[in-house]
Each structure stands twice: as C-alpha cells, then as structure tokens.
Design a protein around this ligand. Structure first.
Ligand SMILES: Nc1ncnc2c1ncn2[C@@H]1O[C@H](COP(=O)(O)OP(=O)(O)O)[C@@H](O)[C@H]1O
Ligand SMILES: [Mg+2]
Length: 304
C-alpha cells in the first residue's frame, strides 16, 4: 500500500558533495574515534580535481549518546549560532566544522559544575522523535562554510540497526560506509547484522576496519603484536565470505584514547609526540588511518 503523501523522496544535503557513514552493529568498538580521525585524515588529503585540501565536515548522528562534542574539544562550547536564514551553523575546532545533538540539548545534570555541558543528558526518544531529530541534523545545518560547501561529510552513527540508519537511508543518498568491528566473536556477529541493514537501505559498503586489532607494547622492544582480543583470522574470513573489503587494522594505542578524552584527534598529534608516547603502535595506527582515508577517498571519487 502506498504511504500517505507518496513514497519518501531522497534529497541531497545542501552544500555537501559526498556522504560517508561510520557504523557498527555494537557500541564501544571505536566508531566515534574512527569517524573523528577519518574526518581529519581526509581533511589532510587533497581534492584531486581542484588540487585544494579536501573540505570535510563531521556529523554526529548518535543522538542517544553523542560523543563528538567531547572528541572535538567542544564539550563546553555552548550553543550553535543560527544563520540569517535560520539554519544551524556548525561548531568548528581544529579547522573542521561539526554538528551534534550534544550541542542542541539543554543540560539536565544540575549537579554538573560545568555550564553548557550537555553530554550527560539522557535521551529516551523513540520513533517519530528520532526521525525528526535526524531530519533536523541532516537538513537544517548550514554546511556552506566559506561559500564552497563540503567535499565530504563524515557521519558518526549510533550503534545497532535502529531508527537512525533506517531514517538516514530513506532520506539521503549515502555514498559509502565504513563498518568498525573488534576481533571478538560477538562484535563480528553484529557486523553481519550491520552489513545486512546497510544493504537493505541501499548504502554502499566501502569496507571494514578491524579496530583494537592488536597491541604493540611501547618500549618493550620486541615489535611483536599481542592479539589481546584474538587473532584477526575470523574477521578476515567473515569479510571474505560477505565479499566486503578490509580497509585496515588499527592497533590498540593509549594515546588514541587519551587524545579523544582531551578533545585532540590523534591524526593531528605530531609524529615526535606519537613516537615518544606510543612508539611503533602509534606510528602504525597513524599510517593505517591515513591509508584508510586514501581508500575511502578513492572509492568516493573513484580515483583508482
Ligand atoms: N584503537 C584504539 N586504541 C585505544 N583506545 C581506543 C581505540 N579505539 C577506541 N578506543 C577507545 O575506546 C572507547 C570507545 O570508543 P568510541 O569511539 O567511543 O566507540 P563507539 O563510538 O563505537 O561507541 C573510547 O574510550 C576510545 O577512546
Ligand atoms: Mg560513538
């Protein structure tokens, strides 16, 4: 039976050329960390046609547990301004514009000593309200930047296969997706579900990232990876069976986590700082993330 008002029409996001989502079937696997660093790793690349740095934005669609304000160092940045046309203006730090439900919610945590800290506000929306919030974040944000708009918008998704990915897939054309997993079996079964869901809403799957794949102990001098959560064989088998490319493996690195808490993306830290605090693991993480960004850019603009 046709829907009242006809089928939903997909529309482009104004001032955005490509949309890439970072998703997973499960929380806590490193989606937001990957989305943040992928955005900055892409911003360090060039738009091959124009030979200018890629213009990148970051949209946090994890409306139930927004973490981008913290990861961007914008936790206490206050509310976003509105444009003269009434659109929400993105918040910018480290030169990269972003938007998150975390910027739009009033703080309900009266015990909080920090003003405008919205990260503790619990969200219990369902159904229509989720759709409304997603719609607003997709269509009411002004990404025009300095008038040129964005080459790519990186979208950080909530975990799982609920209303948000469904709404996104119905409303906009998504150009690619990166699915983050950890080596544990339970996370892998969630990957299968995530892939099935993205395929159902016609989101192309760019590839998988195995996060927290191994640990390279800094200063131990051995250089031997420790597979704390199991070897990647199972993950690689699943990827092969599902016919999805593996974009890269990211090791477990202390600085990635502490950098995130401090609002400083790991891909922006200096090579010397990475070397001295995290050693080979940090350097591997950085170069693997850069390779992921290269593969994502190549698939978005079919440059190879
Ligand atoms: N490769 C990594 N090395 C170290 N810590 C990581 C790594 N990936 C993620 N983390 C940490 O794991 C926690 C969960 O990551 P997060 O990106 O918030 O996951 P999700 O968005 O999937 O819920 C965070 O504390 C983050 O800093
Ligand atoms: Mg997250």
């Amino acid at each position: 039976m046709p829907r009242k008002g006809g089928p939903i029409q997909k529309r482009p996001i104004a001032n955005v050329d490509k949309v890439i989502v970072v998703a997973s079937g499960k929380g806590g696997v490193g989606k937001s960390t990957v989305a943040l660093n992928l955005a900055f790793a892409l911003a360090l690349r060039k738009n091959e046609r124009m030979n200018t740095p890629l213009r990148v934005g970051l949209l946090d669609l994890d409306i139930f547990g927004p973490s981008i304000p913290t990861l961007m160092g914008l936790r206490n940045a206050g509310e976003p301004a509105l444009s003269s046309g009434g659109a929400i203006l993105p918040m910018t730090n480290h030169g990269l514009p972003c938007m998150s439900m975390g910027f739009l919610l009033p703080s309900t945590n009266s015990a909080s000593l920090e003003e405008n800290d919205n990260t503790d506000t619990p969200i219990v929306w369902r159904g229509l309200m989720v759709q409304k919030a997603v719609q607003q974040l997709l269509f009411d944000v002004d990404w025009s930047k300095d008038g040129n708009g964005l080459d790519v918008l990186v979208v950080d998704m909530p975990p799982g296969t609920g209303d948000v990915p469904l709404t996104l897939g119905q409303l906009v054309t998504v150009d690619g997706s990166v699915i983050v997993s950890t080596p544990q079996d339970v996370a892998l079964s969630d990957v299968r579900k995530g892939i099935a869901m993205l395929r159902k809403v016609s989101v192309p799957i760019t590839g998988l990232i195995l996060n927290q794949a191994y640990y390279l102990c800094p200063g131990c001098g051995t250089g031997i990876p420790r597979y704390l959560f199991g070897k990647p064989d199972n993950f690689n088998n699943v990827a092969q069976k599902l016919d999805v490319p593996v974009l890269g493996e990211l090791p477990l690195v202390e600085g990635v986590s502490s950098g995130a808490d401090a609002g400083y993306p790991y891909v922006l830290s200096s090579i010397d700082a990475v070397k001295s605090s995290d050693g080979e693991g940090g350097l591997t993480w950085r170069s693997n993330m850069a390779q992921v960004a290269e593969k994502v850019a190549a698939s978005l603009w079919k440059t190879s």
